[in-house]
Ligand binder design. Structure first.
Ligand code: ATR
Length: 273
């Protein structure tokens, strides 16, 4: 049976095996998908051993940059992201590195939520790996503007510079902004501690602005609560992005696109959401 894994450390909590098992059942694909705890100091050795037999892998924290270096070739979006979350063994035995995180975000917004990003003003909060992974797919939707706001403004400036050839992208501090935007995407890790980045509520246009938190949890995240309290038209958590990035990886490996809707429903049921 074709073998797939998700590499991480820690990795026991990963929902990827459950998601891919559901995709495989739904599409009638015969495959085995499990977690693989890689040692912190030897991702490369562990991945190379796995790929003697294995067909593909997802890669999670803290190995996405190691996977980027290990891949023999990269998709354009992985190249831009500087990180790989999906490895696929090609017919010649070489490893293709892809990054499906940003595409997963865009699919969750445009397909699941039915929200077109074209011509929209998008505010991204944060300037870490999650934002870097999202920028190419977001800019491909031809928004009117993308502002990257970060606590450490220099990091936002660096990212804006790195992606400015792909569209209208600029950098900002959190408290420099007042005018409403159409979409606010929280990609900071502030939610982990229940914090909300210090941005002005006036950035939300009541009943119009869509707010998205890349995090998710049993309860609505602090950012989602903040967004709802200030009149956001929609506030979404990142569970859909999780399902969609998995769907993109499955599509890359098996050339079959799974229906993510029932899988997302099952995920929410299991999380008690
Ligand atoms: P990831 O790979 O998930 O993007 P990361 O690269 O560690 O993670 O980036 C975390 C992001 O969250 C950064 O933009 C960080 O801001 P700094 O660049 O200034 O460190 C941001 N962040 C973390 N905690 C935060 C908080 N309490 N308030 C606002 N931003 C926060």
């Amino acid at each position: 049976m074709d073998r797939y894994v998700v590499f991480g450390n820690p990795v026991g909590h990963s929902k990827s095996p459950m998601i891919h098992k559901l995709f495989a059942e739904q599409t009638g694909q015969s495959l085995d998908y499990s977690t693989l705890l890689a040692p912190l100091d030897d991702f490369s050795g562990c991945a190379t051993a796995f790929f003697q037999e294995g067909r593909g892998a997802n890669v999670t924290v803290p190995f996405k940059e190691d996977a980027y270096r290990l891949a023999n070739s990269l998709t354009a979006r992985a190249q831009r992201a500087g990180a790989v979350n999906t490895l696929s063994k090609l017919a010649d035995g070489s490893l293709l590195g892809d990054n499906t995180d940003g595409a997963g975000l865009v699919r969750d917004l445009t397909v699941n939520a039915g929200f077109s990003l074209t011509g929209k003003r998008i505010l991204l909060l944060g300037a870490g790996g999650a934002v870097r992974g999202a920028l190419e797919p977001l800019l491909a939707e031809k928004p009117a503007s993308v502002i990257i706001a970060n606590r450490t403004v220099e990091k936002a400036e660096w990212l804006a510079e790195l992606f400015c050839d792909l569209g209208p992208v600029s950098a900002s501090g959190f408290d420099w902004l007042q005018e409403p935007v159409d979409v606010i995407i929280n990609a900071t890790s502030a939610s982990l501690t229940g914090d909300v980045p210090p941005i002005a509520p006036s950035l939300i246009e009541s009943g119009k602005t869509l707010c998205y938190d890349m995090m998710y949890g049993k309860e609505p995240t602090a950012f989602c609560r903040w967004a709802s309290e200030h009149g956001a038209a929609v506030s979404m958590d990142g569970l859909g992005m999780l399902a969609e990035q998995a769907g993109e990886a499955f599509f890359l490996w098996r050339a079959v696109r799974p229906d993510t809707a029932p899988v997302l429903q099952e995920l929410r049921r299991q999380l008690g959401l």
